[in-house]
Ligand binder design. Structure first.
Ligand code: GTQ
Ligand code: FE2
Length: 376
């Protein structure tokens, strides 16, 4: 970049000694005018591939779970705080309480007879139940019973509260698009006048209305991942039962020798992902299974539901077992291994990337070299 016209040497390059004071003044004045010269930051901004601030990370259930139990004992669920939730906080994000730049991931819990008060907000949420019985989430008047392995949706704008009608503790994974909606400066939040919103009729209404044959597309899951359909509306089916998920996983695994089979939960009306902003999937690793590395743009959070194994993420090995949660930031190479077999739930932001035409993925031909082991 040419910076001065007056003083040049015989070969045409400026004489640094002469332009230096003027150049410093230029940068000072640019800065004072609240401007930045792109030529000094181009390489930071236009990176050859995504450079997420979030780092690959894993939160152990053996750490999460006892902390949640202590919180049940010591911290009541009340208005204002709204929820008893421990948010996965990625160390790369400078203290922001997000699992990745675009995704909120958390462990939520309720003790006996507790209610997490009714509210609504523009960010959309999903729940994946890891442990316990007795809780239902009411979504716009429809009480959705929750059991381990079930996926429950609370789309943006819908009133929702969580009620524990039993005497046990209950734990589930929360995934939200909160960081995306925050980045768009579009967060709105409102408390319901009642602690619990009224429940209309029998529990699980959406399931009766939409689970079977209720839409044009009609199916509630697709093998692999949604690639075509996009839908600005969330699914009206609010519950995806583990019994059905397990049946479909078994069917997929029986039909192939592949080490890893995946399905994505779909909006039965359109075949799109469950929410306009979030995709949810389930992945089964067969015993002895080792998948080849893949990278994708967009972030993913995984919840280990059954079994144990390890993932290699950008050359680092992450050992995991049921109850652990880990994050694969955009464009990190991921591969998964399990000696005994395992089931992993995943949350992704890929519907947004696909809607904007910026989604990419790439398969790598050979396993990664493991250069170090997370947490040991
Ligand atoms: O259960 O409504 O993890 O509003 C974060 C925000 C859960 C919820 C979270 C929420 C909720
Ligand atoms: Fe909420």
């Amino acid at each position: 970049m040419s910076t001065a016209e007056e003083t040049r040497t015989s070969d045409g390059t400026p004489e640094p000694g002469d332009v230096e004071p003027e150049l410093s003044a230029l940068y000072r004045d640019i800065d004072a005018a609240e401007l930045r010269p792109l030529w000094t930051i181009t390489e930071q901004l236009l990176t050859p591939t995504p450079r997420p601030k979030a780092v690959p990370w894993l939160w152990r259930g053996s750490v999460l779970r006892p902390l949640a139990e202590r919180a049940i004992r010591l911290v009541p669920v009340e208005r204002g705080g709204e929820r008893r939730v421990l948010s996965l906080t990625n160390p790369g994000l400078g203290g922001r309480p997000y699992a990745a730049g675009t995704l909120w991931g958390a462990l939520q819990c309720l003790g006996p007879r507790e209610t997490a008060p009714a509210h609504r907000h523009t960010p959309g949420a999903i729940r994946f139940v890891t442990e316990g019985e007795g809780v239902w989430t009411t979504v716009d008047g429809d009480a959705c019973d929750m059991h381990p392995g079930d996926l429950v949706l609370t789309p943006g704008g819908a009133w929702h509260d969580h009620a524990n009608g039993g005497d046990g503790h209950m734990y589930w994974f929360d995934g939200l698009d909160l960081p995306m909606i925050e980045a768009l400066d579009a967060v709105f939040f409102e408390q319901h006048p009642e602690l619990r919103q009224p429940v209309e009729g029998e529990h699980n209404r959406s399931e009766r209305e939409f689970a079977a044959g209720g839409g044009a597309f009609a199916d509630t899951m697709v093998a692999g991942a949604v690639r075509g359909p996009l839908d600005p509306e969330p699914s009206r089916l609010l519950v995806y039962r583990w019994t059905e998920t397990a049946r479909r996983l078994a069917e997929l695994a029986a039909g192939t020798e592949a080490p890893l089979v995946s399905l994505e939960f779909t909006n039965p009306r359109s075949g799109a992902s469950v929410l306009p902003t979030l995709s949810c999937g389930m992945h089964r690793l067969r015993p002895g299974g080792a998948s080849l590395p893949v990278r994708r743009s967009g972030n993913r959070v995984y919840v280990v539901f059954r079994g144990e194994g390890h993932s290699v993420i950008d050359g680092r090995r992450f050992d995991w077992t049921a109850g652990d949660m880990f994050v694969v930031p955009s464009w990190a190479a991921e591969e998964h291994h399990s000696a005994e077999g395992a089931d992993l739930f995943s949350l992704g932001d890929d519907p947004v990337l696909r809607a904007l035409g910026v989604y990419r993925e790439e398969s790598l031909p050979t396993a990664q070299t493991v250069t170090d082991v997370f947490g040991g």
